[in-house]
Design a protein around this ligand. Structure first.
Ligand SMILES: Cc1cc2nc3c(=O)[nH]c(=O)nc-3n(C[C@H](O)[C@H](O)[C@H](O)COP(=O)(O)OP(=O)(O)OC[C@H]3O[C@@H](n4cnc5c(N)ncnc54)[C@H](O)[C@@H]3O)c2cc1C
Length: 371
């Protein structure tokens, strides 16, 4: 089988790796240059136990573990340092790891490259056509032909637009800032600990980088297109110092896909954010993208493109993941609500026992596991 995979983010690299390991010829098509693709661009992903199992099955877990921080504790505070939640992830058997996007991609590429895959970087995709015998992708004024095309080209997927729906991803009115700050800012945080603050209309979360000498942080707040810096209203002084002392920041508007009932159309299928891009508040995006990748690739290898088995798999995934898009949006709205609603949300957050939150976290990731 010859496969085209469009997009070399977490979903595309994992799909290409699984297909290549299964004996498929793989052409991976990426819009960015090689340098940009693997460049350090900000914050960290939190990967679940299930993702570590997926990475293990891809032969990339060891590299990921070496480049990631194991998170043992998470503490959440409200305005004026009021404690809201304290989670002992280690005791609960929830070994979440925190890894930068660049390191996750570098780890997957380090395993994939020696297997012999064609990577086209700086690619301009201008069209896709499928017929009974295969699928053709117009890229860089040439045509790539394959038996199947897996679209892993993220929330602005051109393949989704060409084959599934022209409806663009929608804004949810929030923006995220990623940053990195050297640790000499007098902000105390032990290795393996993650710390968050939630105040009306603004949230902050940070961990120490695996090297130990930097804080990786994310600020989410109401989107204001003209802003060049995060607003930070209501955040404690030490947190503001961390953000203001950053040597790197990047901003992204938070988007979500309009749910699609079908993620497969004959020889073309969608994985990751191209299928179910959602806001980051459930921490599911990259985790579910990795799982989409292996389940989709395994089904393609076992049953071929256009098989009923692939339709059954992806229809089931759509039923599991589509409701999470709205759930993540609702949680994001509550976390960034106006003062009175935010106060109510904080009260509820404080009253929910840590054991219930940990159980929910476990269940959320287990729900993704295929039966
Ligand atoms: C602030 C923030 C924090 C997050 N934190 C977490 C977290 O803790 N845990 C978690 O699980 N998820 C998290 N996410 C979500 C996560 O970033 C995404 O869900 C994940 O990156 C999706 O992976 P993907 O490979 O599907 O898409 P992407 O990561 O978007 O990758 C798509 C790739 O396709 C390429 N591409 C795009 N268009 C084309 C084209 N036309 N041709 C060729 N290539 C193309 C892009 O350059 C890119 O390399 C977070 C997101 C944000 C914004």
């Amino acid at each position: 089988m010859k496969a085209l995979v469009v997009g070399a983010g977490p979903a595309g690299l994992a799909t290409a790796l699984r297909l290549r390991r299964g004996g498929a010829d793989v052409v991976l098509v990426e819009r960015q240059s090689m340098e940009r693709l693997f460049a350090d661009a900000g914050g960290a992903y939190e990967l679940s136990t299930r993702s570590l199992e997926v990475l293990e099955s891809l032969g990339a877990a060891e590299l990921v573990r070496a480049r990631a921080t194991v998170l043992t504790h998470f503490v959440l505070r409200g305005p004026k340092d009021a404690p809201l939640q304290s989670l002992d992830l280690e005791r609960a058997g929830l070994p979440v790891v925190s890894i930068t996007r660049a390191e996750l991609q570098r780890s997957l590429w380090a395993v994939l490259e020696p297997l012999g895959v064609t990577l086209i970087t700086g690619a301009q995709v201008s069209g896709v056509v499928q017929d009974d015998d295969g699928v053709s992708l117009m890229v860089n004024e040439g045509v790539q032909r394959a038996d199947v095309l897996v679209a892993a080209d993220g929330v602005h997927s051109v393949i989704r637009r060409a084959c599934f729906s022209t409806e663009p991803a929608r804004e949810v009115g929030l923006a995220a800032w990623w940053g990195r700050t050297r640790i000499d800012t007098a902000f105390r945080l032990e290795q393996g600990h993650s710390f968050g603050v939630m105040v009306p209309q603004c949230s902050f979360v940070t961990t120490r980088a695996v090297s130990g000498d930097e804080l990786l942080w994310t600020v989410c707040e109401l989107a204001e297109p003209s802003r060049k810096q995060p607003r930070l209203d209501g955040l404690p002084a030490d947190v503001r110092r961390v953000v203001e002392g950053a040597h790197f920041t990047a901003r992204t508007r938070l988007l979500e896909q309009v749910p699609l009932a079908r993620w497969v159309d004959r020889r073309v299928c969608l994985v990751g954010d191209a299928a179910h891009g959602m806001t980051p508040f459930l921490g599911l995006g990259a985790n579910s993208a990795l799982e989409d990748a292996v389940l989709t690739a395994d089904t393609l290898l076992a049953h071929g493109p256009g098989s009923p088995e692939l339709t059954v798999l992806l229809d089931r995934r759509a039923r599991q993941l589509n409701p999470r898009i709205a759930e993540a949006r609702r949680l994001g709205r509550l976390m960034h609500a106006k003062p009175w609603l935010h106060a109510l949300f904080r009260l509820v957050t404080r009253l929910v026992p840590a054991s219930v939150v940990l159980w929910q976290l476990k269940a959320r990731h287990q729900r993704l596991v295929s039966p």
